[in-house]
Design a protein. Sequence first.
Length: 312
Amino acid sequence: MASMPSASFSSPCRQASERRRSFAGLCSSSVTALRGSRFEVRKISKRMVFSCVPAAASYVPPTVSETKLSFLKAYKRPIPSIYNTVLQELLVQQHLMRYKKTYQYDAVFALGFVTVYEQLMEGYPSSEDRDTIFQSYITALKEDPEQYRIDAKKLEEWASSQTPSSLVDFASREGEVEAILKDISERAQGNGNFSYSRFFAIGLFRLLELANATEPAVLEKVVSFFITSTTFPLVSINSIFVILQLCAALHINKPSVDRDLDVYRNLLSKLVQAKELLKEYVDREKKKREDRSASQKANEAITQFVGDISVF
């Protein structure tokens, strides 16, 4: 008798088992091939049922163009180009910071941005529009504008009550702001998300300024340096030491702070130019209005004179 393949004599149970294993392997392979999927085994009526269950799709952050469009949709009124150019540049930079994988909002970052924004928008024709633009800008980044304002004010009030030594000694004390700074320090050491940025550097400098951790009028020296100089402004050894201490306490790389303050110089330079252009624009428009008013009054006088002649 011719031999028959051994598979022909496999028991129905064994075949069923093989089919289950084959199906499970196929499903497992499919799971491997699909990103963001998971393999689930469920027991229904004493039978093992294998199913591939897709997980939630991976988060895809918005593009720069989408963030800019969100801003334009939120604030539909025209912004003078003097301000809009710098605002758009800031928005692009902050978008890239905001959507880094290691980004996590913190109050020092908020203080830095609010400081830059207030300096940029100082002298804006309408204070109400200035606040609305701020809200639209932060909302376009999918963050809370109110939180920015509250946290910035909180840090400013706290720093104003500090001395240089108490400012850098926050880790040994208890308090709401101290807890915020401790959390930043922990995350900067790798215990959580932390993404250093130039707004963070500016926030640090603002804390130092408010705590009088530099010589009197040092801010003016630094601003002057940012606009005209290529060397670091002359501050006391004590001031430099305090800056070093604060960076060390927060586990922040001071050379990075220096580098980003240099970027801040470029922004302030644009700000100075913008304000000069704005002043020229306002003066020019004022003169045009005065000329139009004078011309209108002259026309009215002529019309009145002609009318008087007609009556005469």
